[in-house]
Write a protein of this length. Sequence first.
Length: 407
Amino acid sequence: MLSESTSSVQPALSQVPSALTNEIQGHQFALETLQKAFDRKRLHHAYLFHGPEGIGKFRVATVLARLLLCASPLKESNPDQSQDVALNIQHACGQCKSCLRVKPLINKSEGAYHPDLHYITRERDSSGKLAKEIKIAPIRELQSSLSLGSFEGGRVIVIIEDVDRLGLSAANALLKTLEEPLENVHFLLTTSSLNAVLPTIKSRAQSLRFAPLDLKTMQDLLLKVERTQSQNDVEQKDGGEVLSFSPLDEGQRISLAQLSGGSIGRALDLWSQGGMLKVENLIQSSDLSGGPQDILNALAFAKSLESAEEAELKQWIHILRCWYRDALVLMHNPQASELFFPRLTEFSYKRAQVLGLDRLLWRLAALDECENHLFRRIGSNRKLIIETLCLYLAGLDTLTQKALKLS
């Protein structure tokens, strides 16, 4: 629900009913910016939502799209009579034909989209792996469709996810469309890597930063998902993707919230893949003592990672980095409570005593070294790097007696 009238005194966002704030938690600055623009009928023709992966950029884009396309908005007068101009709050009804055709995209499920809602993202191959870039073909199709105008006589919304992944020709084609914006056409672009977006595209869109969600918001969201799970046995209703989550205790919920780095999407991915039990197993399978069986286990674990996607590898490295940080903290303060893994306090403390300061620092440095070679250097041997890291963390650091160097 967003007001379409202006007011000389803008109330606090938390006090104004809003379709965005009703469905989305956190991101107050971004929501307030969109709220004011809608109030004043000054929505920019293109927005660039940027911030860490999985924190809600795409959801804000889809909920905003539904509001803009709703055919039968419900109106409600603002009860605050102190306003110089009465606010007429608009609600997306959620029931009209337009709203129902946006819902599949909001829920990331199959369904027919609204004809004036265009969604572009990287395609998946037959094995389900995401393409490295967005090709020019969907951009050309978009341009052709936009040239015909709105199918239903209202606004046209274009959502492009991971706009930083546009191929060069696709980016240049999109740039031409952004340079000459059509009336009532709004572009909602998302990226997790602002620096990778072409400067010419950034200059033609209004950037909105989405900060990581705070710890309390993350815990509230996880608790809400868990309650929904217990009531409905699914995380998403109304035809959404069915995800199964194991119950969490308070310590696991705190760990999941902290590990996700303020990203609810990342937290749900971790949770649906086995939750904190899998995370704890990853730690105990990676940090080993160097015996013959440990070396064999490390090689087997490295082999299991050979087909892992980039996001999964990054997640594994991130988990280990957080755990080694816990071990360092406990080494200096066994009573520390601000930990990523409070359930593993005893295990982490004992491992810290066995490894010692130097080996903990070496292993952290090894994670940084391998991450740099895996994701930032061109031509690196991925299989060899993963094997080397797994063996190093399995105890070969005692042989080298120094931090790992790959070049």
